[in-house]
Design a binder for this molecule. Structure first.
Ligand code: ADP
Ligand code: MG
Length: 321
């Protein structure tokens, strides 16, 4: 069993949620403040000797890009494909993190070795998700508008639980980070790498040729894949809640501190962790520890306590077994 204290060789994959850029209800004007705060948390880890790789979500930003294009043209633009929108957010958010982490490293007298890598993630054309799109993207429409746009573009729309109709796209399972060798090399050279942003740009392969697809990959599952591919010691998922809870949001809610993968799976199956939010995090954690085995762990907790979550002092730790 590896000790909770990291050794200099231990690599931690840190997955940042949407709140690292914009908290619920905030707009783009808040993003530098949030990113700089996140950067201080990450540099706390680096200062303590953790080697980190950083991934991040992009849901609100993809939504904004689609909306901006829509406003500019006065209609949805099917040529702004989701792979390109995803690549735009990797640049946008990667740049912000890279600058903010770099500035914080420099301020604390450490070398500014931090870089963003645009990354593609392979998915299977035959993944059942392509037959059953589930992820909402872009603006809300009336039923009539949604039907008209569906006819023009071939997009699929579904009623959103929050009202109105929205486009839904498939969320296939991530299979391979295409640029994984480059990530490894950069880590070996001492770089903090920001990669697999937004779950990676989804691509399919035919006869060795890659091409982007209209889909989005879950960032928690893609971060788990990255952590497995790098044989990281830990997958740390940082979000806007301090623990994974039982009976979340109810008067009897209860924080979970330590979970074996088998217990986590049972609770997931019992419906404690919804598909759009906590579900994929717990799934990602289970997949990581089951693939890696004894001595490896995943943790889910608040971005405001990054170091404490990595140390196991706060947050929910998921271990094999
Ligand atoms: P991120 O952008 O970090 O991926 P999400 O909104 O997807 O954030 O997931 C985090 C959210 O999950 C929390 O804000 C919380 O409202 C929700 N959540 C749902 N079920 C639970 C649970 N059982 N325990 C803790 N949080 C939960
Ligand atoms: Mg999420």
């Amino acid at each position: 069993m590896a000790s909770a204290t990291p050794t200099p060789n231990d690599l931690y994959v840190i997955a940042l949620g949407g709140n690292a850029f914009m908290k619920k209800g905030e707009g783009v004007e808040a993003q530098w403040h949030n990113v700089e705060k996140a950067a201080r948390q990450l540099v706390d880890l680096i200062e303590q000797g953790y080697r980190i790789v950083v991934t991040h979500g992009n849901g609100p930003q993809v939504g904004l890009i689609v909306n901006w294009v829509h406003h500019y043209y006065g209609r949805p633009v099917e040529r702004l494909t989701l792979d390109i929108a995803g690549a735009m957010t990797q640049g946008w958010l990667g740049y912000m993190l890279q600058q903010a982490i770099g500035n914080e490293l420099e301020r604390r007298g450490m070398p500014r070795r931090v870089v963003t890598l645009v990354s593609q993630v392979l998915v299977d054309r035959n993944d059942p998700a392509f037959q059953n799109p589930t992820k909402y993207v872009g603006p809300y429409y009336s039923r009539e508008e949604a039907e008209r746009i569906a006819k023009e573009t071939g997009w699929v729309f579904k009623p959103d639980p929050r009202g109105g109709y929205r486009r839904v796209v498939p969320s296939p399972k991530p299979l391979r980070v295409v640029e994984i060798e480059a990530v490894k090399r950069l880590i070996e050279q001492g770089f903090i790498v920001i990669t697999v942003g937004g779950g990676g740009i989804p691509v399919v392969s035919s006869d060795g040729r890659l091409r982007g697809v209209e889909a989005v990959i879950d960032k928690d599952l893609a971060s788990s894949l990255l952590a497995q591919s790098l044989r990281a010691r830990a997958l740390i998922i940082l979000t806007d809640v301090d623990y994974v809870y039982l009976n979340y949001g109810k008067p009897n809610q209860q924080p979970l501190k330590l979970l074996k993968a088998s217990e986590a799976r049972r609770l997931l199956e019992e419906g404690h962790f919804p598909p759009g939010s906590m579900g994929p995090k717990v799934q990602a954690a289970i997949e990581f520890v089951e693939a890696m085995g004894e001595g490896y762990f995943a943790a889910i907790g608040s971005l405001d306590n990054a170091l404490a979550v990595a140390r196991g002092e706060k947050g929910t730790r998921i271990v094999p077994g």
